[in-house]
Design a protein around this ligand. Structure first.
Ligand SMILES: [Zn+2]
Length: 341
């Protein structure tokens, strides 16, 4: 058999095997079998030395042509196989547009935020403005100007985080009262919500950081009747129109007289239930008429102006309103918990 025929047969055999290859791996085996270092075509090339010298260029050309032919067939088949693989993959990854869309997970307002917005809405409706003050505060504003002198037990280091002798993390939002009064713009109708700090152990009802909402009204002829009416209105707006209030005498250094306020239980209407521990009442806040000493220390004449103040725990409202029985849940930021409100 002459070289030309041998090469023709080889090309035909290779073409047959290529067209029968069902995968890229098989195709590569064919490539190695013919074109590889130990491949058939390479073997023919090596046998060139047996060809007569004058025939060599012609045979060389034939070998090259055969090589190109096989390579072209290999490339063509490779492309077809790759395309088929791509199509198969597309079929498997087909998107079902009728499936429900994946919802983007967004956060949820915190119960504290919901409760605060509710309280703000009520007081803004009564003509109050919302004022904020610093969380790192002078002891002077946190205590002295609020009629809490040196040696008062409320200054005890066990309750307050002191930064140095005169600076602390505010233990109440009341310093915002003193700061607002000092500005001397009267009358005042304000609430001051914000974070406060006390060195309490964490349990179901305590946390070293919580929130208060302070309220202050200063004007001419403000009486205890104004205080009672305002807080009655607040309680009814927050807990429902049937809500009753009860004022119990109490003591705070910065108000005189002072009271603690209970609201009738909104679960049982005052009959007594587990929620109100059988009493029919739930304690919600402390209040009183601003002490004349506080007015004087903040530059307001107590002979001309009077006022009232109140302070309510924001967590207390959130816990009551949403019937949460452990304050720690409010600080965990677990979306499964937050989503319930
Ligand atoms: Zn009750």
């Amino acid at each position: 058999m002459d070289m030309k025929e041998r090469l023709q047969e080889l090309a035909e055999a290779a073409g047959k095997r290529i067209s029968e290859s069902e995968g890229l791996e098989k195709l590569n085996e064919v490539r190695v079998a013919y074109l590889g270092k130990k491949g058939e075509l390479t073997a023919i090339l090596k046998s060139m030395k047996d060809v007569a010298p004058e025939e060599r260029p012609k045979v060389g050309q034939l070998v090259n042509e055969t090589r190109s032919k096989i390579e072209a067939l290999l490339d063509e088949s490779k492309q077809k196989l790759e395309e088929a693989a791509r199509e198969e993959k597309m079929k498997q990854e087909v998107i079902d547009v009728t499936l429900p869309a994946k919802k983007a997970k967004i956060g949820h307002r915190h119960p504290n935020t919901i409760a605060l917005e509710e309280v703000e809405r009520i007081f803004i409706g009564m003509g109050y403005e919302v004022v904020e003050g610093p969380e790192v505060e002078y002891a002077d504003y946190n205590f002295t100007k609020l009629n809490i002198p040196e040696n008062h037990p409320a200054r005890d280091e066990q309750d307050t985080f002191f930064i140095n002798d005169s600076i602390l993390l505010r233990s109440q939002t009341s310093p915002v009262q003193a700061r607002t009064m000092e500005k001397g713009k009267l009358p005042i109708r304000m609430i001051a919500p914000g974070r406060v700090f006390r060195s309490d152990e964490v349990d179901a009802t305590h946390s070293p950081s919580f929130h208060q909402i302070e309220g202050l009204v200063i004007d001419k002829n403000i009486t205890f009747a104004d205080l009672k009416g305002t807080l009655q209105e607040f309680a009814q707006e927050l807990f429902g129109p049937e809500t009753k209030t009860k004022f119990r005498p109490h003591h705070f250094p910065f108000t005189e007289p002072s009271a603690e306020v209970d609201v009738s239980c909104f679960k049982c209407g005052g009959k007594g239930c587990r929620f109100c521990k059988g009493s029919g009442w739930i304690e919600i806040l402390g209040c009183g008429m601003v002490h004349p000493n506080v007015l004087s220390m903040c530059g307001i004449d107590p002979e001309e102006y009077t006022g009232f103040a109140f302070g309510v725990g924001l967590e207390r409202i959130a816990l009551l309103k949403y019937e949460i029985d452990d304050m720690r849940l409010l600080y965990e930021n677990d979306i499964r918990f937050l989503k319930q409100f």
